[in-house]
Write a protein of this length. Structure first.
Length: 326
């Protein structure tokens, strides 16, 4: 059984289609990255999963139970949810917030105290534990929210941009923590930072304008879309007509022109021939080549390729989803 299943999920706001029939499956024990630019519909989908919004169509299930507005008490105990900007009663201290979460979740008093102490240390909140949350920075509130989610040790973590307010050190520590949960729990988190996802996830889905562009294991995605490429830099602009001349060769899958640069991607099965012919062609092109570097596409390059294929940057319509409703 999958931890999360979404079938044909759609959502409209005043005629605006925020989600357009998305379907995905999140395997138990996985760390799953839910990707998309701002406004893609990620937060809308997460709010439906958590029973905070009614879908316009389709269905969703958590741990085999169909999601309805206001999740059942038993299901809530099995799910840890962190919104993008967590909020707390500001009159309470950080420790009091965690004590309340522990009590609501039925954690025995002695066990609760030791877990809270460990989490306060882990998230660098021990020194601020007895200060009111009103005085916490956004990053401190984000860390406190993560501590609240971890305290009950749920089966599924649903996290909306969980590291967005953290400094680089805190970001890395939280990502390592999420990766450590693989196989022990299911982690489903949204992000638009591709390096974060590539570092820790084993499965990914890409959402754009409310449509699911793809879902895959990370390894399969990289294998499917990754193509060797060479980035060539020139002292001045590339010679006129060089890009078009390169495109006519069967080993060139694509040729992209930038100011002072060309990026030549090998066609499937064409790398050996490209490497044999490209450099001699450049040597005879009449321009000074200052750099000739082989690159391998990372997740960010693949993500941008998928978005371009889906029309990213085109002016019609505008992005779907939460940007106007966030």
């Amino acid at each position: 059984m999958n931890a999360i299943e979404i079938r044909g999920l759609s959502k409209s706001f005043r005629g605006h289609r925020a989600l357009q029939g998305i379907s995905l499956e999140v395997p138990r024990g996985s760390v799953y990255g839910f990707l998309g630019p701002n406004g893609a519909g990620k937060t809308t989908a997460i709010k439906i999963l958590m029973g905070l919004l009614n879908p316009s169509g389709g269905s969703a299930a958590l741990l085999g139970e169909e999601v309805r507005p206001g999740l059942s008490r038993e299901l809530k105990k099995r799910i840890g949810y962190l919104p993008e900007e967590p909020a707390f009663p500001e009159a309470l201290t950080g420790r009091e917030v965690l004590e309340f979460v522990g009590e609501v979740n039925g954690i025995p008093l002695q066990e609760r105290g030791s877990r809270i102490d460990q989490l306060l240390e882990r998230f660098d909140l021990a020194a601020a534990a007895n200060r009111r949350v009103a005085g916490y920075s956004r990053g401190m509130k984000q860390r406190l929210g993560l501590a609240c989610v971890l305290l009950p040790q749920p089966e599924v973590y649903i996290l909306d941009e969980p590291v967005s307010a953290l400094d680089p050190v805190g970001r890395l520590e939280v990502l390592e923590l999420l990766a450590s949960l693989r196989g022990k729990a299911t982690v489903f988190f949204s992000s638009h930072v591709l390096a974060d996802v590539e570092r820790v996830c084993d499965h990914v889905a890409v959402l754009y304008r409310g449509r699911l562009l793809m879902q895959s294991s990370l390894d399969n995605l990289l294998e499917r879309y990754r193509r060797p490429r060479y980035r060539i830099s020139f002292r001045e602009a590339p010679p006129p007509g060089l890009a078009d001349a390169l495109r006519r060769h069967p080993w060139a899958g694509s040729v992209e022109a930038y100011p002072g640069e060309l990026v030549v991607e090998a066609a499937p099965g064409g790398l050996a021939q490209m490497e044999a012919e490209l450099l001699p062609l450049l040597a005879g092109c009449g321009a000074v080549v200052t750099s000739y570097v082989r690159e391998q596409e990372d997740l960010e390059m693949i993500f941008l390729k998928l978005l371009r294929e889906a029309g990213y940057g085109e002016k019609e319509g505008g992005p779907a989803g939460e940007s106007a409703l966030h």
